[in-house]
Design a protein around this ligand. Structure first.
Ligand SMILES: Nc1nc2c(c(=O)[nH]1)N[C@H]1C(S)=C(S)[C@@H](COP(=O)(O)OP(=O)(O)OC[C@H]3O[C@@H](n4cnc5c(=O)[nH]c(N)nc54)[C@H](O)[C@@H]3O)O[C@H]1N2
Ligand SMILES: Nc1nc2c(c(=O)[nH]1)N[C@H]1C(S)=C(S)[C@@H](COP(=O)(O)OP(=O)(O)OC[C@H]3O[C@@H](n4cnc5c(=O)[nH]c(N)nc54)[C@H](O)[C@@H]3O)O[C@H]1N2
Ligand SMILES: [Mo]
Length: 768
């Protein structure tokens, strides 16, 4: 059997009369339909087919008319010309300004394969040419990724060590989750999925009689097949609610002082805050109710339900993609520590069950093959979501995780495998910032909003057009993935593109080490064999591996996992990697940073933009969650993604009461707006969304109307705010955003999937 693997699943390649077809992996209990549409003609129609250069850039040179990015035609060129233009421009910039002027952060979810991973490829290439400005953390996780190592353990370790689903079914009594366990999100795992197990895991828990409580502005993100108690919460209000739960546990003396003194530090300082001894405000249910929109009686009842039970407390990643997003994560750990069940079967905390398929997996976390990226001599970096700040304010100071830094002065952006005009907040601000650099080079599969706004676009092949090695930690599968078909038109793999450019720059050997892509696959596999042999996994030779197609480790290694059970058994030998070796309910390190927006323990800090501060202009909270029918902006043109749209636009879901108040009806086109922007969407009246909220999932391709400035397709990032979570993490805060919704008075055609204009007329090619 031949396989292809993507972030949304592993698929079998079947040959049919009209070419190859993809089918779900045999034995996958809950395959994702997203990837079945990778080969669709609608996706193909959006592909970048040949290298292309923006007209003014080609005619007048770097820096010409940056304001025309995204607004003027491209000139298609052959690969030799493209390699020369890119190589010469990189040489110019590094000679005139140094490698600190090249931003190669290049964030994004490019192909899943271990070798053809665009980020590894671009970072290796830029290291070979002398380095680049990198980024830290991700849009997925920044507030949590920076906070958690200070207080309990690094995020990657936690992700790989969640209590497994079988343990939860056997031992958990109450599963309390903030933000659900969205099975729609668990279609995905970074680097690929083997078997989709989250829906099954939840059903097994429900069948075993586990009690579920979902605190969330949306009720459908926890499907167990049985009734779930839904507590609609005011977005951003969760920390207040958790504090009130903690207060009530403490009042009823239901916390575990032995656990808190043996395994934690700083309980007393937090206790004084909780009771109000430090600030005069007890964080009780009466205090919390108006902050989280949950009645005090309901909070008290929930606290009582937690007493004497084995409780797993989970939190969705979305909660930290908000201003003060560190606080609810710190509070979940604090609350679980108070219950004293961390390290026990069925109890403790989860930081993102459902965010990806891998959380709760029973498989071994073996380290897979990886393409070496080399060393980056440039020290300058940015926290990933500070890109507009960096471009708009070169030299300006910023704080990050206790350090003081300055933004570099960027002249050239190199992006391979990400879509900032999908992922960044406040796209009007990004459009401005995007005019600063002299040159923007993008490798893309499709004419995305970012590709359209580049100076040089190089067509990249898709995962199913490449041979690779597929392996995702905790998925239990190693795959020799095969190309289902040749690359579209003149597209090349990122590797072949970088090989061509480095060759032109006289650095071919340094980048390729004399290997073709096929040689690299053999090489990476040869390195893997002894490493895995040491872990007890014997792999066959490379050719036998390719002939097999798949090595299934699932039968070999399933194990019941209980997070931090070693630490619980022996906190001295298995001390945590925190400064104290224990769970830090109070962190001296963070306290000493003296930050205005993150103190030494979990604290209630009201977001600036939330329903608590909403005025009549923007009375609704926008939830821009992850889309069910695609991965971010990828495959938005596919029939599956388009099938979820209303009159060609993304569906915006709103409670019936809110729709009635505005005289809006199901299926009509609405305009969602605030002071930052406006977009059109198709209204879906939906009682599963809490009142005062509107849900518009991310990923509709950015499609601003040049005449009116309105975004025509339903992209929420024209509305979201580009402010950091805190000075600790500088994380993305897409979820701190208020809007209003009204009937649209006009319905311009959606042009998101139209190709840009091309021209052959070039007046004076100065780049020759
Ligand atoms: N409002 C709002 N915004 C958000 C979020 C939110 O919740 N709300 N979520 C944020 C989160 S968590 C994330 S992770 C980001 C995601 O942001 P991105 O990862 O930037 O989004 P994708 O659409 O996955 O973009 C990946 C791009 O890489 C291209 N690509 C795929 N494979 C390859 C390859 O092999 N080579 C090359 N050269 N290109 C390739 C695809 O065509 C696609 O355009 O969005 C963030 N933005
Ligand atoms: N199908 C699909 N799956 C994906 C992705 C995708 O694009 N498509 N992206 C993947 C990526 S990159 C990531 S990072 C993960 C993201 O995983 P998450 O960030 O967890 O996903 P979201 O869907 O944004 O949000 C999860 C839930 O949190 C709820 N929520 C939002 N704000 C609040 C709040 O203030 N309080 C409470 N209690 N709940 C709130 C939302 O209603 C939503 O249902 O998903 C991954 N899975
Ligand atoms: Mo993400």
């Amino acid at each position: 059997m031949r396989y292809t693997m993507s972030h949304w699943g592993t698929y079998e390649i079947h040959d049919g009369a009209r070419g190859p077809r993809l089918k779900p992996l045999t034995g996958d209990p809950d395959p994702s339909p997203i990837g079945l549409h990778q080969l669709s003609p609608e996706v193909s129609a959006t592909r970048v087919r040949r290298p292309a250069v923006r007209k003014s850039w080609l005619e007048k040179g770097a820096g010409a008319h940056p304001e025309l990015r995204g607004r003027e035609p491209f000139v298609e060129v052959d690969w030799e010309t493209a390699f020369r233009l890119v190589g010469d421009e990189l040489d110019r910039v590094r000679r005139d300004y140094g490698n600190e002027a090249i931003f190669g952060g290049s964030y994004g979810w490019a192909s899943a394969g271990r070798f053809h991973h665009a980020q590894s490829q671009v970072h290796r290439f830029l290291n070979v040419i002398g380095g680049y400005v990198a980024h830290r953390d991700s849009y997925s996780l920044a507030a949590a990724r920076v906070l958690l190592p200070h207080i309990v353990a690094p995020m990657n370790w936690l992700m790989a060590n969640h209590n497994s689903w079988d343990d939860l079914a056997q031992h958990c009594d109450l599963f309390l989750t903030f933000g659900g366990v969205p099975a729609k999100n668990a279609q995905i795992s970074q680097a690929g999925v083997g078997r989709h197990r989250v829906r099954e895991g939840l059903r097994q828990m429900a069948a075993a009689g586990v009690d579920f409580v979902n605190v969330s502005p949306i009720s459908t993100n926890l499907e167990t097949g049985a009734p779930v108690d839904w507590i609609p919460v005011r977005p951003g209000g969760d920390t207040a609610l958790m504090l009130a739960l903690a207060h009530e546990l403490h009042r009823q003396r239901a916390h575990d002082p032995k656990f808190l003194s043996r395994y934690c530090t700083g309980w007393e300082k937090f206790e004084a805050y909780l009771t109000g001894a430090t600030d005069g405000t007890p964080k009780d249910a009466t205090w919390a109710a108006p902050l989280c929109d949950v009645p005090a009686e309901r909070i008290l009842a929930l606290a009582s339900r937690m007493i004497g039970k084995r409780v797993m407390i989970n939190i969705a990643w979305a909660l930290q993609r908000a201003q003060h997003g560190e606080q609810p994560f710190w509070m979940v750990v604090t609350l679980a520590a108070m219950l004293g069940q961390i390290g026990l079967p069925g109890g403790g905390f989860g930081v993102g069950y459902g965010a990806e398929n891998m959380l709760g997996s029973p498989h071994a976390a073996l380290k897979g093959p990886s393409f070496p990226q080399g060393r980056n001599p440039v020290k300058a970096f940015i926290p990933v979501a500070r890109i507009s700040d960096m471009l708009l304010n070169p030299g300006a100071a910023f704080r990050y995780n206790g350090g003081n830094y300055n933004y570099p002065d960027i002249r050239l952006i190199y992006w391979a495998g990400g879509n900032p005009f999908h992922h960044h907040q406040d796209l009007a601000r990004l459009e401005q910032a995007w005019q600063k650099p002299e040159t923007i080079i993008v490798h893309e599969q499709a004419w995305t909003a970012t590709a359209r706004r580049a100076d040089i676009v190089l067509p990249a092949s898709m995962s199913h057009e490449k041979d690779d090695i597929g392996y995702a930690t905790l998925e239990g599968l190693l795959l020799a993935t095969r190309a289902a078909c040749p690359p579209e038109a003149e597209a090349k793999s990122d590797y072949d593109i970088f090989a061509g450019i480095s060759e032109h720059m006289g650095l071919g050997e340094a980048f390729t080490e004399g290997r073709s892509a096929e040689d690299w696959l053999r090489h990476l596999y040869a390195e893997l064999r002894p490493r895995w042999a040491a872990e007890g996994v014997d792999l066959p030779g490379y050719d036998a591996f390719v002939a097999l197609g798949m090595i299934d480790l699932a039968d070999r290694d399933p194990q019941t996992r209980i997070m931090l059970s070693d630490f619980r058994a022996d906190p001295e030998t298995h001390a945590l990697s925190t400064p104290s070796g224990r769970i830090e309910i109070f962190s001296e390190t963070i306290h000493a940073m003296d930050l205005p927006d993150c103190h030494g323990h979990a604290t209630w800090l009201a977001p600036k933009e939330w329903l608590g501060s909403a005025g009549p202009e923007t009375p609704l909270h926008l939830i821009s969650d992850q889309p069910e029918r695609r991965l971010h902006s990828q495959l938005d043109a596919s029939p599956h993604s388009r099938g979820g749209k209303i009159k060609d636009r993304e569906a915006a879901a709103m409670h019936p009461e809110e729709a009635a108040r505005r005289g809006l009806s199901h299926g009509q086109i609405v305009e969602i707006h605030n002071s930052r922007g406006r977009c059109l969407a198709g209204l879906c009246i939906d009682p599963t969304v809490a009142p005062r909220c509107v849900r518009l999932s991310t990923g509709a391709w950015f499609d601003p109307d040049p005449e009116t400035g309105v975004e025509r397709h339903g992209n929420p990032n024209v509305l979201t705010a580009d402010v950091p979570a805190s000075e600790l993490s500088q994380g993305c805060t897409a979820h701190s955003c208020l809007v209003e919704v009204r009937a649209a008075t006009y319905q311009p055609e959606v042009r998101a999937f139209h190709l840009p204009e091309f021209t052959k007329i070039v007046e004076n090619i100065s780049a020759e």
